[in-house]
Each structure stands twice: as C-alpha cells, then as structure tokens.
Design a protein around this ligand. Structure first.
Ligand code: GLU
Length: 301
C-alpha cells in the first residue's frame, strides 16, 4: 500500500503581521511539503477573536506571497468553523471525556504551574461542580500515564498529561473553543499528514494526540523547528515586539531563514530572490539538517 500523500499546513494566528520567527516556521513546513511532492495548505487561526488584529490576515497572505510561499487550495478560517468544534465537543461529552468547570481565573491563581508556566488544574470540578457554582468552561479529563511520541526533529519525547499538563480546557469561559480542540479538528478536516511548526508548540502535542484518540481522528507526523529568539533570549513574538518581515531585501531575509534551518544557500545565490532560493532549498531539503536548539537571530531583520 502506498503511504498517504503528504499534506502539510501553515496555521498562523492573525494577531499581527508575520515576523522572522513565523517566516522560519512557514518556510520549514513549505519546504518539507514541497520536497515530498506534497500539498501545502493554509489555515487562519482566528479563533481567539479578541486577540486578532483587523487586517492582519490579509497582511499575512500578502507577506507569504511576497516571500514566494504559495499555498494550495482555499484558506480556511477558524472563525467560520464553530459548528465543527461544537460537534467535536458533543462527541467528547457523549464519551464522558469532558466535564464542566466553574473555576475562575482568580480561584486558580494559586494553583501550581507546569514548566511552561501554565496552570496545572487541581481537579476541583473533576467529580462534579461544587454546590452553588455554575459551569463556565469545559475540560478534558486526562490520564495519569506517560505517553511517548516521536518528533522528526526533536526525537522521542515523553509526557504524562496528568502530571505535566492537567485536565485542560477545550471550551473557554468566554464561550470560545480552545486552540487544542480546534487544531485537532482542523488538522483532520484538512487531511493533514505532516505538521511542521515552531517548537513553542512541542509541549502541546501530547494533548493534541490525546484528543485525536478520543475523537477517532488520525495523528499526523510531527516536526518542531527551533524557536528563533532575540538577543535577550526571548521568543520572537508580538509581545516581545518582533518587527514585521521587511518588504525590501526579501532574498537576504529568506537566505537567513534557510541558514537558521540548517540549509544555508550557496554563495552563487547571494543575489537570488525568493523563488530561486526556495527552488534550491526544496531540492536540498533534509529535515535531519534542521538544528534542535533555538537559534539566536539578533541579526534578524
Ligand atoms: N496558530 C498557532 C500559532 O500561530 C500555530 C498552531 C499550529 O501550528 O498548530 O502559533
């Protein structure tokens, strides 16, 4: 039997324009798909409406095109997919895999945190809502077992959901579906076989694999590319004021992105534009050459 054809994706959150860190993740997933002769889909993760910035989705599409990252098919938008997420939540309810939670943020302020700084839910509502409280959010009940998964870049990893994450939210108190649920529903809906994304999401992967199991959805193959940090060692993000990708000198920016992905273009491509650089990189792409560790890009544009 032939393996499933490769379908990859890039799933930016339109909270602002793409910066150098997001370009690196986009380029890695694009090249991995193209080198495998696969499709590369785009999904706008505009789920968290309050965090989205008006116009950012259009800006991201323009930036991807300008950098030669042409996607296949129609762009899907998470803001249009509440019905699919609601159906998945219903399926989880029918399995008894989720429970309503009445805890407020301030009640959980003292709860222990995991190594990512996320609240480790103490289980207050796990066996029923305390009398006199009302349901605010929905949480998934997680098992106290260590589960392993393989990452094509980071290697074999192990996480115990109960110990390291705790019962996590799939529908938030503000009525929005949580990223963990939406990403799993959408990766399956789009037929994604390979996820290549930033290592900031590595720690989320076991949650997603667990939800896929509960919902009877296939698990894609995962690869997490190193995070790009600024000179202060912080992840490039809107919060750390990472600048938007520059409009000029795109070839040089892309060459730098390829270099941090372990694929420095040869000197004869010094003056090449995005199309030529991506063609070269697609022909030379080896995921094993992508470094494990975060790369400091204090020279980043
Ligand atoms: N929307 C997420 C982000 O921009 C990426 C989600 C994913 O790739 O699974 O960080």
């Amino acid at each position: 039997m032939n393996p499933a054809p490769y379908v990859g994706r890039f799933a930016p959150s339109p909270t602002g324009p793409l910066h150098f860190g997001s370009l690196v993740a986009a380029v890695a997933s694009f090249l991995d798909a193209r080198a495998a002769g696969g499709r590369w889909l785009l999904r706008m993760e505009d789920l968290d409406r309050p965090r989205c910035e008006p116009g950012a989705a259009d800006t991201i599409l323009r930036q991807l095109e300008a950098y030669g990252l042409h996607w296949d098919g129609a762009v899907i938008q998470q803001s249009q997919r509440d019905d699919a997420y609601a159906a998945a939540l219903d399926a989880l309810k029918a399995r008894g895999a989720v429970y309503p939670c009445a805890c407020t943020r301030s009640q959980l302020a003292q709860a222990p945190r995991n190594r990512e700084g996320e609240i480790l839910y103490p289980g207050t509502c796990r066996n029923g809502l305390p009398p006199g409280t009302i349901a605010r959010a929905w949480r998934v009940r997680v098992p106290d077992v260590s589960a392993r998964f393989h990452d094509r870049i980071q290697g074999d990893l192990e996480q115990n959901l109960a110990r390291d994450v705790g019962d996590f939210i799939v529908k938030r108190a503000d009525g929005l579906f949580a990223y963990q649920l939406a990403v799993v529903v959408d990766d399956a809906f789009q037929g994604i076989t390979h996820v290549v994304r930033g290592a900031d999401l590595l720690w989320n992967t076991p949650r997603q694999i667990y939800l896929q199991g509960l919902l009877g959805l296939p698990t894609p193959v995962y690869a997490h590319v190193p995070l790009i940090t600024n000179a202060a060692g912080q992840k490039l993000s809107k919060q750390t004021l990472a600048p938007a990708l520059p409009e000029a000198g795109r070839g040089a920016v892309l060459a730098l992105a390829l270099a941090v992905l372990g694929h420095p273009p040869p000197p004869e491509l010094n003056d090449a534009g995005p199309a030529e650089l991506l063609a070269w990189a697609g022909a030379h792409w080896r995921i094993g050459n992508v470094p494990l560790r975060p790369v400091i890009a204090n020279t980043a544009p």
